[in-house]
Design a protein around this ligand. Structure first.
Ligand code: SF4
Length: 324
């Protein structure tokens, strides 16, 4: 595979940044600040409803996902109105992306997907769509439909790959293996929409070498973006019980920062780093407590890069051919 690095990565390096952050990408792509409005399209997941598993992912608080929820066009438009008025108060901007976020947002009939996405785009302040889903829920017809929307607007398809290791996917009760990610990425390649991959670090049983093998595969896939966070535990999940029983250990901040820097060094410099920390509701978080300190995580990451004299992509070429 050839290395195709867009000129944008030079831009962030020239600005003295250590990685290609989402706000920098939005400036490149949209000319300024854009906020995402989180929308609930009323979906569930195939590992919640019994199709491939029950109970959902080990770490996910998915009790609200019910297959019987029906969300209509008007409800999406109301969520957009509410989201915009909330975000406007905080950020004073007028440009938004409709983010279909909770559960698996392509797990439904094509007509429902088309209807919800159309409804979101009716608002002229919405510049595009972000659609969160799983690698085993993107049949060719779904990808074709996403492609049709990408012809008229910005679309990012977020795939929850998490890891390339089947044992970890099994531990998390994912209901699919790495083969599903390989298959989805093969079929999604070369289409008109962006692909962003969700990755977790610190999964039980994963060694440094295993996590770097995931980084290698992400580098090979060369998606438009990645979202990375550490494994964290929230109330009323199987992981919460494992952590309380001392069966699963969560990463310390220092460990995470080292892993994160190692991971980012192996990614191509034009992959947008959309997130380096999770979104745990503070009242439900069991641990680690530091994962709520987003600003501190970014500060520590930048300090680690500075200490090493490196940045995202610094080990990219080596990483393409050689695993630790
Ligand atoms: S992590 Fe994603 S796939 Fe897993 S149960 Fe939660 S929403 Fe569904």
């Amino acid at each position: 595979m050839t290395t195709q690095v867009s000129p944008h990565h030079v831009d962030w390096l020239n600005q003295g940044l250590r990685y290609y952050a989402l706000n920098v990408y939005f400036r490149h792509r949209f000319g300024g600040r854009v906020q995402k409005i989180s929308l609930d399209g009323g979906f569930t997941c195939p590992n919640v409803d019994g199709t491939v598993a029950i109970g959902g992912c080990t770490f996910c608080s998915n009790r609200a996902f019910s297959p019987s929820r029906r969300v209509r066009r008007q409800a999406i438009q109301r969520q957009i109105e509410e989201g915009i008025s909330r975000l406007r108060r905080r950020y004073k901007n007028e440009r938004f992306l409709a983010y279909f976020q909770p559960a698996t947002n392509t797990y439904g009939p094509l007509e429902k997907l088309r209807d919800l996405w159309d409804a979101a785009l009716e608002d002229p302040r919405v510049l595009g769509l972000v659609i969160g889903t799983r690698p085993d829920c993107v049949a060719d017809e779904v990808l074709d439909l996403v492609d049709q929307f990408a012809e008229r607007t910005y679309v990012s398809l977020e795939l929850g790959v998490q890891t390339i290791h089947d044992a970890s996917l099994e531990w998390m009760n994912r209901g699919h293996g790495h083969a599903a990610s390989l298959d989805a990425m093969r079929r999604a390649a070369g289409r008109k929409f962006d692909i962003s991959l969700h990755i977790m670090l610190g999964l039980p049983g994963e060694t440094h070498a295993m996590m770097m093998a995931t980084a290698e595969q992400v580098a090979r896939w060369h998606p438009a973006g990645v979202k990375i966070h550490n494994l964290y535990a929230v109330e009323k999940t199987p992981l919460a019980d494992e952590v309380r029983a001392g069966k699963t250990r969560l990463l310390e901040l220092d460990e995470y920062i080292h892993l994160l820097a190692d991971f980012l060094e192996r990614l191509p410099p034009d992959v947008v780093i959309e997130r380096v920390s999770g979104d745990a509701p503070p009242q439900d978080l069991i641990g680690p407590a530091w994962c709520l300190e987003k600003g501190e995580i970014i500060k520590r990451l930048n300090a680690e890069f500075e200490r090493r004299g490196t940045h995202q992509g610094a080990r990219y070429d080596a990483a393409r051919y050689q695993l630790d």
